[in-house]
Design a protein around this ligand. Structure first.
Ligand SMILES: Nc1ncnc2c1ncn2[C@@H]1O[C@H](COP(=O)(O)OP(=O)(O)O)[C@@H](O)[C@H]1O
Ligand SMILES: [Mg+2]
Length: 224
């Protein structure tokens, strides 16, 4: 069976002051179904860029990324967003909730867009599972940082994606909430047989994944 995800000689260049800078250099690795990987490295080393490429939010300058057997760079925008909506859940450090939507609406909206039956009921179910049954009707500004991130994770997993990409998911949280969020994330992954690629500065978090990839100056090495 093919791998869930395959990166082959991926390069990413950004043009800064009319100069092309090679941010990610010949990145190759596979991700199997149910595998968990942390990505660590200094600030500016290219971790977020890697997540953007895998999530189809940025295009490779050269090389290939395959999601199952489909090559992302050969797809048009509609095909990429379809994969992103149905198969890839993305969690960011800043939660990016819609401010004038309640917790429940933030989660049910993406289910509605994807034409799921009973989006409200499904959204309630996942929020309930994440301990937020008493927060359905609160707006993001009425929630703590930890609660906002739980809503954001609920939203990103409501479609049951096969892989979750998390970019410093606990970067804005205190240690108690970091602990809560990581428990929730790892329990979810285990229960639903999802894969995880998680960027983190937190060694305790990085130790929870099966594999650990380090990026230094745009080059990866694997050390676990
Ligand atoms: N859209 C962009 N245009 C130009 N340069 C960028 C862009 N996004 C990121 N960079 C640069 O790419 C490098 C890697 O950034 P990033 O992937 O955000 O690193 P990290 O997440 O590891 O801190 C940095 O030097 C950053 O300034
Ligand atoms: Mg980053």
């Amino acid at each position: 069976m093919s791998k869930l995800l395959k990166l082959s000689n991926v390069n990413l260049n950004y043009t800064i002051d009319n100069k092309s800078i090679n941010i990610l250099k010949n990145i190759s690795f596979d991700v199997d179904y149910k595998e968990t990987i942390s990505v660590v490295g200094e600030s500016g080393s290219g971790k977020t860029s890697l997540i953007m490429l895998i999530g189809g939010l940025e295009k490779v300058s050269s090389g290939n990324i395959f999601f199952r057997d489909s090559e992302l760079s050969k797809m048009n925008e509609d095909e990429i967003s379809e994969i992103r909506r149905k198969n890839i859940g993305i969690v960011f450090q800043s939660f990016y909730l819609i401010p004038n939507y309640t917790a429940l609406e933030n989660v049910s909206l993406s289910l509605e867009i994807n034409k799921f039956d009973n989006p409200k009921a499904k959204a309630k179910e996942i929020l309930d599972r994440f301990g937020l049954s008493n927060r359905f009707n609160n707006f993001p500004s009425q929630l703590s940082g930890g609660e906002q991130q739980r809503v954001a994770i609920a939203r990103s997993v409501a479609m049951k994606p096969e892989i979750i990409l998390a970019d410093e998911p606990t970067g804005n949280l205190d240690s108690e909430n970091t602990h809560k969020i990581s428990n929730l994330l790892f329990n979810y992954i285990e229960d639903e047989n999802a894969s995880l690629i998680m960027v983190t500065h937190d060694n305790n978090l990085a130790n929870l994944t099966k594999r650990k990839i380090t990026i230094k100056d745009g080059v990866i090495s694997e050390n676990k």
